[in-house]
Design a protein around this ligand. Sequence first.
Ligand SMILES: [Zn+2]
Length: 568
Amino acid sequence: MSDEEPAAETGAASDGHHDFWAEAVADEIEARVVEQRETTDEASGEERPASRNPDDPIVIKGGVSPSGVAHLGNVNEIMRGYFVAEVLRARGHEVRQVFTSDDRDPLRKLPRKLADSDGNIVGLGEVDAGALGRNLGKPYTDIPDPFGEADSYAAHFAALLAADAERLGVDIEMYSNTALYEDGIFDPVVKRVLDRADTAREVLAEYQAKADSDYVPFNPICESCGKLTETVTSVDLDAETVDYVCTDMEVGDETIEGCGHEGTATFREGKLPWRFEWPGQWQVLDVDFEPFGKDHAEGSWPSGVDIAENVLDIEPPVPMVYEWFTLNGEALSSSAGNIVTVPELLDLLEPEVVRYFFALDPKKARDLDLSRLDQLVDDFDRFERASYEGVDDESLTAFAEGAYPHVVDDVADDQPIRLPYTFAAVLGMVEERDLREKLARDEGHIPDDADDATVEAALARVEKARNWAERMDNAYNYRLQADLPAVEFDDATADALDALAAVVADGADGETIQAAIYDTARDHDIEPGDLFEAGYRLFFDETQGPRLGEFLGDLEQEFVVTRLRRER
Ligand SMILES: [Zn+2]
């Protein structure tokens, strides 16, 4: 979190009323709920039936079309809704967070990467890619799970997303779009859209080229080839069926080839085009709020509002546009391999740090730089401190007061002890748990009176930071050798190491040891680089390593002296 732009970071409302963006969104939703419970029309003053019962829960929705990998972009959709849901619950509302898997969508092209049921990313070579290729153009629910486990490709993907939500402690109700059609939930929406097809076309013409008089806003699934198709030749509203010819269909940049079959489909054997399907979901799931990425803000949101108001006669939900994340400075892309999954992230960060990342202002584009996770964790630690004791940044303190209770599982009575992430990474170079604890105590990161549970909780971060060091192969990716490695040095180097041991034995701190390495090398006519290398060999059995003096300064003095003397 940058000190220069606190307001932009926290998303505080410009009027200063709310310091956490989710509070302002919750206000809008509450206003909607109150208005829908009113029985007096505000404009005319006339009595009318309320469009909402007092005990109807507030519904927050997210949604995703199944792809190969559930990534951070999908999690954005879950977490933004989560914070708004949490704020509303804290205000005493009953809230359901629903999530649609838009799984009647067709598979348009082969994904380059897939995630297995544990969230591990694999290439297409590791699954039956041929089966996927034969199923292009079919709904995801009609395509076998490439891993042969779940009922379908769609079920596999939905399970990944549900598992991610659970890992982050978010309760979502997953809905399969296909099930909504098959169970007849969508029937009234399909019927209404087709009944008002002329209005639908007029509305649609404002937003897309393909809306001529032949256009019917329904895509049947061809009973012969199983693909979605779009040439509807007649509609029977009473029988709730359409007649179709299976012709080629353009989906995005791809063409799905038709088989030429002529048939009849019920309203449950096809789907509405996305621009109609989305507002249809608002209707059948009673959606009050939906966050979405800025692609929808320019595309299907304005048409969705229009269709909701003018075709379906419903009130669209409260919207919220969020910015996308980049990962390591680049757009998220599973095909380019620039993705990180929730399980991967939770190897490196505590869940509350991940949730904190999503609690930051959604209006601000943000980069998740895995090489600088230490900065993110430092920011989280400051945020937590701000919540408990305040920091010299009023805006951050106010943001933390609003957001922190929803970022952690439970607000502990005592402020948790947090080892700085880079220090935790230094401790990760040491394998023994007791030595880790001693070093943390020596450095004053663990108070003398801390109980066992507190110590364990603080040391848990070491494993995360260790995983980070290994994944990034950074300056902390070394292991302190418990035993003296097999090493031999020439006389000058051996003397220099003994001299350095004397400096450490005198109680020098890290910075002093670092300077002493240079001085000692000079005094013994050897290159400083050679003396550093000798140190790395002794402590890590490597030829390079972290800033040696500071690292040795963190270690137990007697251990360092003995090792520099090559005694054990
Ligand atoms: Zn066909």
